[in-house]
Write a protein that binds this ligand. Structure first.
Ligand code: URA
Length: 197
């Protein structure tokens, strides 16, 4: 946290305020949805972009996908405050469309600031959009879910686990196993397994 004269605090770089880079998103958003959770954790979960519930609450993953995520974390003895959760894009795309390449590019510095700030051992990409954004290649998530890759981000090598988006489990209950497998791998690699056992 940097300080101004008079002891007023400025937001840290990873907390975005008043960004106007994406005209289409600025026009439709209620607010910017910054990451939430621990500042200092070994596991960072990255989703795509806020949906309606997140746009209203100003917090990532609080809608139905968030319920799946919370329940899966809790089943493993983890409160979501123990990890950190953020998105590739911090403003809700209209009609929940996918973020555009230009929007991912505009929001990328914010994401990189947050990754650098948290400095996690492991990043779990929740679905195709964050997996492709982090790994910079085309990905068929159903074929690669659970895969672990190492990439250089902001001058540091990061461990990326390819995961399913929790919404996938709402459309297809059979995908719960794959969703949990990637989550379990991430928790294990982050050293957070058996915290409460
Ligand atoms: N889906 C996402 O990718 N992110 C959210 O914050 C909510 C739903």
């Amino acid at each position: 946290m940097t300080r101004l004269d008079g002891d007023m605090e400025e937001p840290a770089d990873h907390v975005v305020q008043g960004c106007t880079r994406c005209v289409d998103l600025v026009d439709h958003r209620s607010q910017i949805v910054n990451g939430q959770g621990a500042d200092d954790t070994e596991l960072l979960l990255i989703g795509e972009a806020p949906g309606e519930a997140e746009d209203i609450a100003g917090v990532p993953f609080v809608g139905r996908s968030g319920e799946v995520l919370n329940q899966s974390l809790e089943a493993r003895g983890l409160d979501r405050g123990v990890v950190r959760i953020t998105n590739c894009v911090r403003c809700r795309p209209p009609d929940n469309r996918n973020p555009r390449v230009s929007e991912l590019t505009n929001c990328r510095p914010h994401l990189e600031n947050e990754i650098a700030f948290v400095d996690p051992r492991v990043i779990l990409a929740l679905g195709r959009v964050p997996a492709e954004e982090l790994l910079q290649r085309d990905i068929r998530v159903t074929d690669e879910v659970g895969a672990v890759e190492h990439v250089e981000l902001g001058g540091h090598e990061r461990v990326i686990v390819i995961g399913l988006h929790p919404a996938a489990t709402l459309y297809n209950r059979n995908s719960m196993g794959a969703f949990e497998e990637a989550l379990d791998r991430s928790i294990e690699l982050a050293g957070l397994a058996h915290r409460n056992s």
